[in-house]
Design a protein around this ligand. Structure first.
Ligand SMILES: [Zn+2]
Ligand SMILES: [Zn+2]
Length: 464
């Protein structure tokens, strides 16, 4: 590494330390004012205002809803040169905030489809947004030494928009957010219940392929006392819920799959056999190529269960998200950077998870990688599992109302983004072209362990 690089790395850290208090302030403000997917109006406004205040070359707003992209052209940026996209997601979840912090949210979205919902940053996207704003501040300060362009990408609807709306990472791509300049690397991270300041990475599928499933079972409405006069959809629903448990036994146990029906909506009453029952759920596959097979089997289960009880059924798969796939060349190229930022022994390999993150839309198109950042009062046991620190706040998964992230890890996230961006633009962190034109391959060329999200002791659970 050149002396100039070393000096710039040092300056990135100094500038990160200087912006740390503002990053905490941004994070707390965002945490107090969470907004659901595709409703990130005020979050996007704050982001755009802060990016403009930094004097970036461009601040693009209103992308695929409330997406924002800040463009920072370094002094050495040239057409066809390197372009790194740093991704932060901005949306919150319909989860009550029981994180216990004094900046906990007390927000209800009364108008959201299916609501009203309590709203909170139970997935930690407030941290991501604050970190990338911090990284923008840091990198804008060294723009005279940047031999390329940085895109600060603030993404709406990572958790999935309402089903009647479009949104999320793919919608940003389709809206042309990355047409000019085209990134040569995408980087993202997710806060996770791991020891504070630890980075978890995985070669292969870090996160699963996902699809939302909507099942509508239709019978014939009648009086509750005379079921033979109509067609009761409930027994078919019961058969579907039970039968889902057998799907696992029909695909290889070595590549995890889950099918969860999290929400059942019926239109009956205690004395009315209703016409329809709608089931909402999610299908996750550690290996993308299993997705079509699992969907085919689930559809068969639904249709035949309905037929067995004289009902009809329709099955739809929506909001498909490809797996987050980290290739070996990208990970190996990034490891020195990650280790420099958090320390050699704090960069650990983790298992895959069946969470999803549609950052996969960026990483598969542009190359790059995605890592986990530990933010909780945890330690790793001898087998690499995160366990609570005595007297601490415990190990709490994302999406749990008690999920929390410690403020003092935010500056580490700022440094990770800044160092990764600088190292890519200087050509230190990169991978051969062939490796970054990956099309979200499910990994036929890789080992079974790389392909699957197989449970490993150190797995870090988070994501959508
Ligand atoms: Zn998330
Ligand atoms: Zn999430």
């Amino acid at each position: 590494m050149s002396a100039e690089s070393d000096a710039t790395h040092g300056e990135l850290d100094e500038r990160a330390a200087k912006v740390a208090d503002r990053v905490v302030a941004w994070r707390r403000h965002l945490h107090r004012h969470p907004e659901l997917s595709n409703r990130e109006v005020n979050t996007a406004r704050l982001v755009a205002d802060e990016l403009r205040a930094l004097g970036l070359d461009e601040v693009r707003t209103g992308i695929a809803g409330h997406g924002v992209v800040g463009v920072l052209r370094g002094a050495g940026a040239a057409p066809g040169g390197r372009v790194v996209a740093l991704r932060a997601d901005m949306d919150a979840l319909p989860v009550k905030d029981l994180c216990g912090a004094e900046f906990a949210a007390d927000v209800v979205d009364a108008d959201y489809p299916g609501g009203p919902f309590p709203v909170s940053h139970a997935c930690g996207h407030d941290c991501h947004t604050a970190m990338v704003l911090g990284a923008a501040t840091v990198l804008a300060g060294v723009r005279d030494r940047l031999p390329g362009t940085v895109l600060f990408v603030f993404q709406p609807a990572e958790e999935g928009p309402p089903v009647t709306e479009e949104g999320g990472a793919r919608a940003m791509v389709e809206a042309g957010a990355f047409a000019d300049p085209v990134p040569t690397m995408a980087f993202g991270l997710h806060v996770t219940p791991y020891p504070k300041g630890y980075v978890g990475y995985r070669i292969g599928n870090q996160y699963a392929a996902s699809a939302l499933v909507r099942v509508v079972v239709t019978g014939k409405q009648t009086h509750g006392s005379t079921p033979w006069e109509g067609v009761d959809p409930m027994p078919a629903v019961g058969a579907v819920l039970t039968g889902v448990g057998q799907l696992y036994r029909q695909v290889s146990a070595f590549a995890p799959v889950t099918v969860s029906i999290g929400h059942v909506e019926d239109v009956g009453r205690f004395n009315i056999i209703g016409q329809t029952v709608t089931l909402w759920g999610t299908v996750r596959c550690a290996v993308e190529s299993d997705m079509a097979e699992v969907q085919r089997r689930l559809t068969t289960l639904v249709e035949h269960s309905a037929a067995a009880y004289g009902a009809a059924a329709s099955v739809e798969y929506l909001q498909a998200v490809p797996p987050v796939h980290n290739t070996r060349p990208w990970v190996e190229s990034a490891l020195p950077t990650l280790r420099r930022v958090v320390g050699e022994d704090r960069v650990v390999e983790t298992g895959g998870t069946l969470g999803y993150d549609d950052v996969s839309e960026f990483v598969r198109r542009f190359g790059g990688l995605y890592v986990m950042l530990g933010v909780q009062e945890a330690t790793l046991d001898p087998s690499g599992r995160p366990v609570p620190v005595p007297g601490g706040r415990g190990v709490v998964t994302n999406h749990n109302p008690h999920f929390y992230a410690d403020d003092d890890t935010l500056v580490t996230g700022v440094r990770l983004h800044a160092h990764v961006a600088y190292d890519h633009l200087t050509g230190v962190l990169t991978a051969p072209e062939a490796e970054r034109s990956g099309t979200g391959r499910s990994g036929q060329a890789e080992s079974a362990a790389e392909r699957s999200g197989q449970a490993q002791p150190g797995r870090a659970e988070s994501g959508a």
